[in-house]
Design a protein around this ligand. Sequence first.
Ligand SMILES: [Zn+2]
Length: 452
Amino acid sequence: MQDILDYIEENRERYIEMIQTACQQPSISTQNIGIQEMAELCRSMLEGVGARAEIIPIEGGHPVVLGEIDGPSPRMLNIYNHYDVQPPEPLDLWWSEPFAAEVRDGRIWARGVADNKGHLVARICAVDAWRNVRGELPLNIRFIYEGEEEIGSTNLERFVEENRARITPADGCIWEGGGKDFNGRVRLSCGLKGICYIELAVTCANTDMHSSRATIVPNPAWRLVWALNTFKDANEQVLIEGFYDKVLEPTVEEQNILEETPFDEAEFLETFGMDSFLLGLSGQQLKIKDMFQPTCTICGIESGFNEPGGLKTVLPNTASAKIDMRLVPDQDPREICELVRAHLDRHGFDDISVKLLAAEHPAKTDLDAPLVGAVAEAVRQVQGHEPVIVPITPGSGPMYALCQAIDIPSVSGPGGGNPDSKIHAPNENMYVEDYINGIKGMAVLFEEFAKV
Ligand SMILES: [Zn+2]
């Protein structure tokens, strides 16, 4: 491998330019800015390293870019990334232009560099290095780039159904990101939580009224508050009937892994200005709840007059709330949405509507899958340390649709993120060194996965 690793070192500047070019192209999915241009750029980057690449339009959505390169081994490695990014606002908090992709103080600063273009480009660079040094790759690779991850991957499940023959068979899938934890160790994640995001809404009269009418006219804000009060108790137990039925207890192996996974409680509390964790949790119990328990969160409530200052005595006629539930294996987001409906009906709230805004199934890969071993070996060789392998991370993504539902093991890659990467926030960044190591890690992974 040393020849390929040396080549990557010799080509640092060119690879840094590649990530800068990708980050300089805005691709904000929620505002539909630069999406088509970014898809074209992905295709040309893939073609630039010898892949057969195609932009597949998605009706009512953003295109998926597929690329494929053949190698001598029968193994096929899928690589999933997304080319869309979050909006850069608030702009005044950035230290440099979000789409300038400045390299400063050893870091690349740009919207999307850590989430997720740095990883996307690093993987293309790893292919570039292999081809230039050895002439061909050791295995088959298929790139799957979507443009809607930051808006909930709305169309990805349908894409998988309609294009299953084009993305299977595969022996494994490297997930979008990867990076280091607070202790500087690379963390590999073998799963993701799911999400069920709903909107509750209730309307009483057909117009707002003078609040003196509250004597005889119902108030939708109260209806909503009373309904929400039945969702969860003060001990954080979700009271929606059947909510926990499919929650899998962590296995002994998972609990052992968690025991060894560092989590700096004091630093977390200090960073976020808190005195203690929810329910006073600490130690192993805290980690288990964080990783293996689902949530039910009121993300926002809207009704009546909320302007700062001022006074308006009004009886509102509508109220709504957005609720997200982060799900764990084997909860099903659509089933959970039906449970919410049944719960509201049972408790006398059939006047409250439920709309499913986003649904993603939780996903989990066996910790001893060969792909996990291959990524761990790549981290050892490049970083010189043992990675931290975690069964699941608390975020969400379309891993179930793209991997578990079609029997493809999946794990995050030897990526370049860090705990201070500020994804979704101003001053998103990636260390140049981590980016280069991410390229090297992928290059080693190709060799290791071709062998197993
Ligand atoms: Zn994101």
